[in-house]
Design a binder for this molecule. Structure first.
Ligand SMILES: CC(C)(COP(=O)(O)OP(=O)(O)OC[C@H]1O[C@@H](n2cnc3c(N)ncnc32)[C@H](O)[C@@H]1OP(=O)(O)O)[C@@H](O)C(=O)NCCC(=O)NCCS
Length: 169
């Protein structure tokens, strides 16, 4: 567990652009290569981990970063989708996983969602990403539906966390 005084969770700004994109480029191949293949990894990086895709999210205040000793080691981003707040990305650098960082990022996202008056958070993970499934279940997320992506890519498994007013979730 990384020491509290070395870990900072904060909203990303323009200075974080390169580091945020780097988190994606370092986590995607190891996370999705084995379950979805190299072509899926290349597609995702080209579509979702570019300056064009990342700048608007940072500008809109939708990206949170985790820093250890002033180095960005993880990120989360949210956005509206179908009238729900959706957690689109949550990634911690491979060598920094299981150190309490992803949990701190997710707790920050949940706290902000509640503060902003949302009654639930949705997210999807790729079927076969069992680590992500167990991590989200640990935080109270429950599966709502599976969406087929076609062409040999694993299903997207949608989950949601209902936010209670008393701060339980
Ligand atoms: C999934 C991920 C974000 C989790 O972040 P992390 O920093 O490794 O997790 P943490 O060490 O902060 O764990 C936080 C809590 O979740 C629990 N947890 C973590 N992984 C778990 C698992 N596989 N099963 C059950 N609980 C788990 C921890 O025990 C911890 O519990 P506590 O806070 O009550 O003590 C991170 O491992 C990651 O980036 N994985 C690869 C990318 C990915 O799959 N992202 C999700 C895309 S949908």
């Amino acid at each position: 567990m990384v020491a509290e005084d070395r870990l900072v969770i904060r909203q990303a700004d323009g200075e974080d652009l390169t580091a945020v994109i780097e988190v994606g480029h370092r986590t995607w191949p190891v996370t999705y290569g084995p379950i979805a293949g190299d072509d899926y990894v290349a597609m995702g990086l080209a579509k979702w981990w570019t300056q064009e895709a990342t700048i608007p999210a940072i500008r809109a205040g939708r990206v949170t970063v985790a820093e250890v000793d002033h180095e960005v080691v993880g990120m989360a981003s949210v956005g509206p989708s179908d009238g729900h707040l959706t957690l689109w990305k949550l990634y911690v650098l491979p060598e920094r996983q299981s150190d309490g960082i992803g949990g701190r990022l997710l707790r920050a996202v949940i706290a902000k969602a509640r503060e902003d008056g949302h009654d639930e958070i949705r997210l999807s993970y790729l079927a076969g990403n069992d680590n992500a499934a167990a991590f989200y279940e640990h935080f109270g997320f429950a599966e709502i539906e599976r969406e087929s992506s076609g062409s040999g890519i694993p299903d997207s498994v949608w989950m949601r966390l209902v936010l209670t007013q008393d701060g339980e979730a």
